[in-house]
Design a protein around this ligand. Structure first.
Ligand code: KG4
Ligand code: ZN
Length: 330
């Protein structure tokens, strides 16, 4: 159970630069770590000595940022004499749809029919992890038994939202604002490519889509000044991204006989993705489970909950002096 989940967002800091600046991110982590840890304990009504274990993200990610969190967590675990658990960032996203026993989601969606059912009831499943840095399709056979089917060969889905947003003058990260503008636009106004939609593999590629939007804007330089056409553009780009994500996820689920689809990562907040994935899963008789929005964008609860799973399963904990894994593959 999640007792507290404190987030120190750096989006405003990086927005000024149009993307994450590694050195700034590292310094911010250093500045925020102790106040955030203290706040999390206060919210939970616990002291450090009450903890059973300490977990932190071990990778993948920016080395400087990983180093701060990992070393601080290891030092805390060492001083308390408690186990330390190093967590894979994407594996934490993968289990994040199962954090809440009952999810307060849109009742019109065919989400998990039994709100109290758990992870084990719905395997094998296909897990779509869509964030700013990664787009991954994973076949989950059982707890801790998963295989990556495909990933992005270039830009991730979130990155595509962010880069297209930048082209039309939106602040970083542009995904949420693109979603908001798209809600009032026509998704069929402009025809953008659906990259790799009809290719046999489970991989993704979104950089060609971004490039075609760039060319389109070069030919239509006044478009961003027209609010209605801008909304149509957002809706059309979003439709292209969402169609690829949904079609490839459903195709993998049917091919591998999965009964359940899960979606996590920042882009799981996208309203068109939620709607269309729900529609297609309903059509194919698949159970669908989205991470709650508060557990979709990066958060500490998903790290802690996966650590708890690993503790319960008695998986060997990482060494207390283990190193960061900036390029750790799932
Ligand atoms: O998982 P996350 O918080 O961080 C990474 O690990 O990358 O994902 C952040 C990404 C950003 O690219 C952001 O634009 C995107 O998630 N995002 C969205 C929405 N909310 C966040 N993209 C589309 N629609 C949204 N509603
Ligand atoms: Zn993430």
């Amino acid at each position: 159970m999640v007792l507290s989940n404190v987030i120190a967002s750096q989006t405003l800091l990086h927005a000024e630069y149009g993307g994450v600046v590694p050195e700034l991110a590292t310094r911010e982590h250093l500045r925020n770590l102790l106040p955030v840890a203290r706040q999390a304990l206060r919210d939970a009504g616990l002291t450090a000595a009450d903890m059973d274990a300490v977990a932190a993200t071990q990778g993948p990610g920016l080395p400087g940022a990983l180093l701060i969190g990992l070393k601080a967590a290891q030092a805390l675990a060492f001083s308390l004499g408690k186990p330390f658990i190093g967590i894979h960032h994407h594996e934490a996203h993968l289990y994040s749809p199962w954090i809440s026993a009952s999810q307060n989601l849109n009742p019109n969606l065919n989400l998990n029919p039994n709100p109290h059912s758990s992870f084990a009831d719905f395997q094998p499943s296909i897990s779509l992890i869509v964030s700013g840095g990664h787009t991954l399709l994973v076949h989950v056979k059982a707890e801790f038994q998963h295989r990556v089917l495909g990933s992005t060969v270039d830009d991730a889905a979130g990155e595509c939202f962010d880069k297209v947003g930048k082209l039309i003058g939106l602040a970083y990260p542009a995904g949420p604002e693109m979603d908001r503008l798209a809600a009032q636009g026509n998704p069929r106004a402009y025809a953008f490519p659906r990259p790799m939609l009809n290719e046999p593999g489970d991989g993704f590629s979104f950089s060609g889509l971004k490039t075609s939007v760039r060319y389109f804007l070069e030919k239509n330089p006044a478009l961003p000044d027209d609010p209605a056409r801008l909304r149509d553009l957002c809706a059309s780009v979003q439709a292209a991204i969402v169609e690829v994500l949904v079609a490839k996820t459903i195709r993998a689920a049917l091919r591998l006989g999965a009964s359940c689809v899960t979606v996590s990562g920042g882009v799981a907040c996208n309203s068109a993705l939620r709607r269309q994935m729900a529609r297609e899963c309903r059509r194919e008789g698949l159970v669908l489970r989205f991470a709650e929005t508060k557990y979709s964008t990066d958060n500490a609860a998903m790290i802690a909950i996966l650590a708890e799973r690993k503790l319960r399963a008695r998986l060997p904990a990482a060494d207390i002096d283990a190193d960061i894994e900036p390029n750790w593959a799932l």
